[in-house]
Ligand binder design. Structure first.
Ligand code: SAH
Length: 245
């Protein structure tokens, strides 16, 4: 589960004040044409909540405003799709809490010229946010059933600069390396060497590192002159990054 402890209590409180279960939109409807004001308003409310929580980057907040999160979790109610908590997405995985997506994306510092690598697209939501900020997004999903759905969804929603491959994130995507930015959305016990090798000089990597026993930290790593400098950002809880066979 991708969860930020500090947000949990507040998230639980907001969930009590929000409306009852609401049916979601037809996931196939083109969002620009068919989106009712309700989903746009809920998203705006969520983005304001995230801003109050400390995320300052205008481009990141604008990207969150543009991506219709309810289409990435089509079985969820609007209250869940626009609540600040993680959601189950099948196959034992979760879509991360939106404020955590925002914090990680801000920490990554993506610019329009960047080529980014994501490990663990899940629903494709984080990849969609990145695709509005970066030149190209390469994303590796180990579970074919999630990867295929994410690929089809991202293509249907027009994210043409996202490239989804089914594969093991521990190996990275050497054919397209080096990457200016790397984001990992499942927790490995240690930083995978293939990923730091595939990070460009001057590049930034953001990942949750750790396990159940030791706990997990969100870590930011910068590569400067071939050397890695790492800093801990905050404690988090993500699903483990599993080893491919
Ligand atoms: N970023 C996602 C949520 C991440 S959930 C979103 O926005 O919806 C973590 C994802 O990492 C899951 O989809 C899981 O299958 C994937 N994953 C776990 N281990 C992996 C590995 N070794 N390589 C690639 N993907 C992996």
């Amino acid at each position: 589960m991708a969860l930020r402890p500090a947000f949990l209590l507040l998230a639980a409180l907001t969930s009590c004040t929000r409306g009852s279960r609401t049916p979601v939109l037809d996931a196939a409807a083109p969002v620009e044409l068919a989106e009712p004001s309700e989903t746009r308003e809920r998203r705006e409310e969520l983005v304001r909540w995230i801003e109050v929580g400390g995320v300052k980057s205008r481009p990141v907040l604008d990207a969150l405003r543009k991506v219709p999160r309810h289409l990435y979790a089509p079985d969820a109610t609007l209250t869940d799709a626009y609540g600040d908590w993680p959601l189950p997405i099948g196959s034992g995985q979760t879509i991360s809490q939106p404020s955590l997506v925002a914090v990680m994306t801000e920490a990554l510092g993506v610019e329009p010229r960047h080529k980014a690598l994501e490990i663990g697209p899940g629903t494709g939501y984080q990849a969609a946010v990145l695709s509005l900020l970066a030149r190209d997004v390469y994303t590796l999903e180990i579970l074919p059933e999630l990867g295929e759905v994410a690929r089809a969804r991202l293509s249907r929603l027009g994210h043409r600069n996202v490239h989804v491959r089914i594969g093991d994130g521990y190996a990275g995507w050497p054919e397209h390396a080096p990457f200016d930015r790397i984001i990992v959305t499942a927790a490995p016990p240690e930083l995978p060497k293939a990923l730091t090798d595939q990070l460009a000089d001057g590049g930034v990597l953001v990942a949750p590192i750790g396990d159940e026993r030791r706990g997990q930290w969100l870590v930011r790593v910068k590569k400067i002159g071939g050397e890695l400098a790492s800093e801990r950002l905050e404690p988090v809880r993500f699903v483990p990054m599993v080893r491919g066979r």
